[in-house]
Design a protein around this ligand. Structure first.
Ligand code: NAP
Length: 486
């Protein structure tokens, strides 16, 4: 069934066990006659060692720009080279905003959950959140990482989760956040999810607090269909879900963007198995199956997936992670690959087979995303100060310094808890204070000059490291209160 026009795909073998896994997936995809033309490219360790600090050479970027589709092995970052992971660089360069991680019960792979029919997908926001990597030392002893969540980023990934549900015939999407604590960031993700959900009345939408989600996943994983979540929550939850069905050897993923898609296993380079022809290539093979569906090759995808499930059902050829490397029962990566090819055309007896339709990827306007409130004003400023003073002398000093300016000190917090005026808390203070000043006139819209005047007076006496304006949009405060603040 070879086809005339081949679809170009960038193939990155990667590091450690990557080349073995990729070779297996490529042999299977070629054997099914899916009509893929591979452009083999480098990224990762060898590239770092050639002195390219990103770990991704120009030729690879050019290939991806052309093909817009990548199947890759895991990449390592050798110690002493490159500060940033080449994986993260690839995901960010091509704005692959969603990381889709399906897990399903695998026949013949015993786990404590066998027989319960786990079949779920974690859709993880892939670009924003704490993984934007914006970190600063605030004082010599206090570090900060900015958690950025945008409306546009949240909308794209939540919409993709609902579209995925439709394309795979799934019934529900759960949104997992910590919006009860981070009301503005995680809260924005939850509110956006709720708004998008209204456009998908055929799909049940529900919210679950992320810590309870982890608890529920261990207790009753079969209740979940699709889980959509922010970047760090998704990172943790999706490793948990991989473990439910037999481990990283079985967990594929897709990094989906509006223009480019990158398919890869969830696992890393597992260096201790590299070159031994022993590892389980299933995660990369199933990543290839996801890729074929993305490219509209539904029959080829089904042939490979069914053959893989049949191979596991037969139980004649299983890799060492399933049966034990020293058991004498484990097959090699090559034997497993060949067993799958030999099973083309067969249908699994026990594993359910899903109907897939084309996935509609959200393609929002490339215009800069913004929301225009009808009314906005600045009602205060938080000045962050490094000080070895205790809260009371610091508060008294700041009150005196603010005299004669448009702002007055409202409170001081230390790591989020109000410590001035004293509320009798037992806060163990560090040298990093958030000092909240508000407009003396409650109706004022503070100017930059009002804030500079205060900052100049404060800065003459204390060491400040950053400042945040306190905005109000359409009458709603654009900032949260400190713990204990009235
Ligand atoms: P890892 O490479 O995923 O390996 C952890 C363990 O998972 C292995 O020791 C092995 O468990 C099991 N495992 C992973 N893949 C397997 C497979 N295909 N078949 C059977 N068992 C498999 O995680 P790591 O050791 O934390 O990371 C190693 C390197 O990979 C790091 O440099 C990391 O940065 C990189 N990494 C890259 C990616 C990526 O490129 N997307 C992702 C994650 C990590 P047992 O030891 O129990 O047999």
């Amino acid at each position: 069934m070879a086809e005339l026009t081949k679809i170009p795909v960038t193939l990155i073998p990667g590091d450690g066990i990557g080349p073995e896994c990729i070779e297996s997936a490529r042999r299977i995809i070629d054997a099914v006659g899916a009509g893929i033309e591979w452009e083999i490219c480098d990224a990762g360790e060898s590239v770092f060692k050639r002195g390219i600090p990103s770990g991704v050479p120009r030729e690879t970027i050019d290939s991806i720009r052309r093909t817009r589709c990548v199947l890759k092995g895991p990449l390592g970052t050798p110690v002493g080279y490159g500060e940033k992971s080449a994986n993260v660089t690839l995901r960010k360069l091509f704005e692959t905003f969603a990381n889709v991680r399906p897990v399903r019960e695998m026949p013949g792979v015993p786990t404590p959950y066998s027989g319960r029919g786990i079949d779920l997908v974690v859709v993880r926001e892939n670009v924003e959140d704490l993984y934007a990597g914006i970190e600063h030392m605030q004082t010599p002893s206090v570090a900060q990482c900015l958690k950025l969540i945008s409306h546009k980023g949240s909308e794209k990934v939540t919409r993709l989760a609902f579209e995925l549900a439709r394309s795979e015939g799934r019934k529900s999407v759960a949104c997992a956040t910590k919006s009860n604590i981070m009301k503005l960031t995680e809260g924005m993700f939850k509110r956006t999810f709720e708004a998008v959900a209204k456009e998908y009345p055929d799909i049940q939408a529900w919210h679950v607090i992320v810590d309870n989600c982890a608890h529920q996943l261990v207790k009753k994983p079969e209740q979940f269909d699709i889980i959509v979540t922010t970047n760090m929550n998704g990172d943790i939850l999706s490793d948990l879900t991989s473990a439910l069905i037999g481990g990283l050897g079985f967990a594929p993923s897709a990094n989906l963007g509006s223009e480019v898609a990158i398919f890869e296993a969830v696992h890393g380079t597992a260096p201790k198995y590299a070159g031994k022809n022993l590892i389980n290539p299933t995660a990369v093979i199933l990543s290839g199956v996801m890729m074929l569906r993305y490219l509209g090759k539904f029959d080829a995808a089904a042939t490979i997936e069914n053959a893989l499930l049949v191979t596991l059902e037969e139980g004649k050829c299983r890799t060492g992670d399933v049966v034990g490397y020293d058991s004498g029962l484990a097959c090699t990566t090559t034997e497993y690959t060949e067993a799958i090819i030999a099973n083309f055309g067969k249908t699994p007896r026990t594993a359910p087979v899903r109907e897939y339709k084309p996935l509609v990827i959200p393609r929002p306007s490339p215009a800069l995303a913004t929301i225009h409130p009808t009314k906005r004003r600045v009602v205060g400023a938080d000045i962050f100060i490094e000080s070895e003073l205790l809260p009371v002398p610091l508060g008294q000093s700041l009150e005196a310094l603010a005299e004669g300016t448009a702002l007055k000190l409202k409170m001081i917090s230390n790591r989020g808890t109000q410590v001035y005026p004293d509320k009798g808390t037992l806060t163990d203070c560090v040298d990093h204070y958030r000092c909240r000043f508000i407009a003396r006139d409650p109706n004022a819209d503070l100017t930059d000059q009002d804030i500079y005047t205060l900052l100049q007076k404060v800065g003459a006496v204390h060491r400040w490291m950053h400042i945040e304006k306190l905005p109000e949009f359409d009458g709603q405060p654009g900032f949260t209160k400190a713990q204990g603040e009235d």
